[in-house]
Design a protein around this ligand. Sequence first.
Ligand SMILES: Cc1ncc(COP(=O)(O)O)c(C=O)c1O
Length: 375
Amino acid sequence: MEFIDLGRQYRAYRQEIDRSVCRIMESCRFILGEEVSLLEQELSVFTGAKYAVGVGSGTDGLLISLLANGIGPGHVVITTPFTFIATAEVISLLGARPVFVDIDPETFNLDVSKLSETLEGLQRRGTPANCVIPVSLYGLCPEMDAINAVAQSHGLLVIEDACQSLGSLYKEQSSCNLCKVGVTSFFPSKPLGCFGDGGMIFTSEQSLAEKFKALRVHGQTARYEHEFIGINGRLDALQAAVLRVKLKYFSKEISSRQGAAAYYSKLLEPLREEIIPQYIPGHCESVFAQYTIRIKNGKRDKVAEFLKARGIPTAIHYPMPLHLQKAFARLGYSQGDLPVAEKASREVLSLPMHAFIKESEQDQVVSAIRDAIKN
Ligand SMILES: Cc1ncc(COP(=O)(O)O)c(C=O)c1O
């Protein structure tokens, strides 16, 4: 069994993907061009955001978003410690300071009540925050209305790290279009994944979209005229061609993922004493980039080993929260500072999940979990 079966997906769309990729190779137009523009238009329609700008990866998207908004040395950017490192790495790369706010134990997303506390503390110490990057973890959007309201009252820029959540909804509005800027990733294992690296930035502000477009080509605004310091952060035409094929089937795939998640939840219900799936509030629809459970009573690693022995792959997103990573040691955090994220990192386990998973495979996964807990 595969954790994410990309082979099954490729075989399902093979002819169309191969034809599209060959078309790009025959055209010899590999950098940006029509294919990227068409994907941008299609994803702008899909999310409802007025502008979509293709970039080299989710990391590039986050970096460009911060750069475009002038975030740099002396600035403070708030985010969650329970995410992939890229979310906070880009803050440090620009010379700004990441400040971590603990998560909600049920959704694993940024805890909004703690966000307000932290903002007030920073204000009192004379180092007010400039920006907040909430992450839509595993595909579930955080409480964006509350985050936007708090951010507005403190004059903060909000960037949704939607690298795991393209295709998710929050109060019927698309992830990537829930605040000033949304950034997604097309890393192969993401719900909409390409055949390498890729990403997209979304906004409804024209001037910002134009700046993103300049920053992805070394700050260039006309040929060899560089108004800003930027990066080489473009989306490849070949990746756009693959994504445009997959996008045609994306809505159907989202329904399949949601069906698979509902089936896992049903199968796991009798194990509720020890297994708690990520809580999805009624006003949210997750794309289930991951189906992640919390395993109580210190049994997570034992369950993962047991499943591995039965040929069932699992993953831990994430085994160490960012505030305890060596790369962020200079920020001065210690064990115990963000206890909810620390506990989650000891208890979470992501199960095989993709649009092509079969119920018989999910039966196998849950029966192995049942046996692991009993043993
Ligand atoms: C939450 C989050 N942020 C940022 C990224 C970075 O995206 P990419 O790998 O496309 O640079 C990822 C990808 O794993 C992610 O999951």
